[in-house]
Design a protein around this ligand. Structure first.
Ligand SMILES: NC(=O)c1ccc[n+]([C@@H]2O[C@H](COP(=O)([O-])OP(=O)(O)OC[C@H]3O[C@@H](n4cnc5c(N)ncnc54)[C@H](OP(=O)(O)O)[C@@H]3O)[C@@H](O)[C@H]2O)c1
Length: 325
């Protein structure tokens, strides 16, 4: 099969190579998926660049990318053969595994290939493992959000955009922060604040008549800690999935303590089985109703992988960078 690989950390154009590898085989409990689309997330790019703290190559050869979608072509022992021919989306394709979705085939545990309804294309399916599931988990880990107010910081990001939609679908009032009118339109949220030109705390307090919000879905904990603390209502939850501006921020412990705030620093790769199945079931329901809009940035095929990684690094793309396989 054709596969993108890297054997050492480095710049995308230096280390990513399109090579021929033997076709993988589905082992016991696994399925073999013919990949049709592979999604590139910031985490794939950071892994390849060796940007994780204490990074060492975990495997001699890595096929990058955790997200993808395709069709099950074969199953291993113990997996229902009725799954052959099923359209699926993939999660954790390259989480603690050498071979991810940046290839024509991937073999992986059956539960990591989730039914993809006919309502949804393969490119869109390559956006679910990380962006969609992170948004769902950040919003719904603690149960329904009907009637609550949710501030989604960075609503034009891949996670943020899904979070805006999923919060509205759950009956919440959604306010988001963005850095331009174009990004506001991309977020789809009707209530938004430009976090570069406006004072977010004042603006959101005005919008909520001084009440603040019940929940925050946070893209940069360090950068927004002060505003979040001011805006979150007593007893509220801040679910934060990144803190890129500062990975070890100083925490205003007593500020959060006296407001009885739950801080949820989440990682989508580590969902428990039960939580993951609940998220998958909810996502499937929304997909079958065509309730979600997906932001795909088509970026060519496997041979265009280096440019795709560079687009993610540049950070200005609007949506998930997806390669057709
Ligand atoms: N913990 C997890 O499980 C998990 C899951 C998914 C992603 N992540 C991480 O989350 C980060 C974002 O991922 P993504 O795929 O959503 O990236 P993305 O598509 O590039 O979106 C990031 C968004 O955040 C906005 N932003 C940046 N700083 C902001 C700030 N201080 N306030 C408000 N908005 C801000 C950006 O807007 P502007 O460019 O306009 O500023 C951009 O729209 C990455 O570091 C990724 O690795 C973590």
């Amino acid at each position: 099969m054709k596969a993108v690989t890297y054997r050492s950390f480095g710049a995308a154009a230096d280390v990513l190579q399109l090579v021929d590898l033997p076709d993988p085989v589905a082992g016991p409990g696994e399925v073999l998926v013919r990949v049709r689309a592979t999604g590139i997330n910031p985490s794939d790019v950071k892994l390849r660049g060796g940007a994780r703290p204490g990074a060492v190559m975990q495997f001699p050869t890595v096929v990058p990318h955790s997200d993808g979608a395709g069709v099950i072509e074969a199953v291993g022992a113990g997996v229902d053969p009725a799954r052959i021919g099923e359209r699926v989306w993939i999660w954790n394709g390259q989480w603690q595994r050498a071979f991810g979705t940046g290839a024509e085939y991937v073999a992986l545990p059956s539960e990591q290939a989730v039914f993809l309804p006919d309502t949804t294309g393969f490119a869109e399916g390559a956006c679910f493992g990380i962006p969609a599931m992170t948004a769902w988990y950040a919003l719904y880990r603690d149960g329904p959000i009907d009637g609550q107010s949710v501030l989604v910081t960075g609503g034009a990001g891949t996670v943020g955009r899904y979070a805006c939609q999923m919060a509205a679908l759950g009956g919440a009032r959604v306010i988001t922060t963005v850095s331009s009118d174009a990004k506001a339109a991309h977020s789809g949220a009707s209530e938004w604040v430009n976090y570069r030109t406006q004072n977010v705390t004042e603006a959101v307090m005005d919008m909520t008549a001084g009440a603040g919000v019940d929940r925050i879905v946070e893209v940069d904990f360090a950068a927004n800690q002060r505003a979040s603390l001011a805006l979150i209502r007593p007893g509220g939850t801040i679910a934060s999935y990144a803190s890129a501006s500062r990975m070890q921020p100083e925490l205003d412990f007593y500020g959060f303590m006296f407001k009885d705030i739950r801080l949820h620093m989440l990682i989508v790769y580590q969902l428990s089985g039960a939580v993951r199945r609940a998220g998958e079931a909810q996502l499937t329901q929304w997909l079958q109703k065509n309730a979600l809009s997906h932001a795909v940035v088509p970026a060519g095929g496997l041979s265009d992988v280096a440019a795709g990684h560079e687009m993610v690094e540049a950070g200005q793309k609007l949506g998930t960078v997806v390669l057709e396989v």
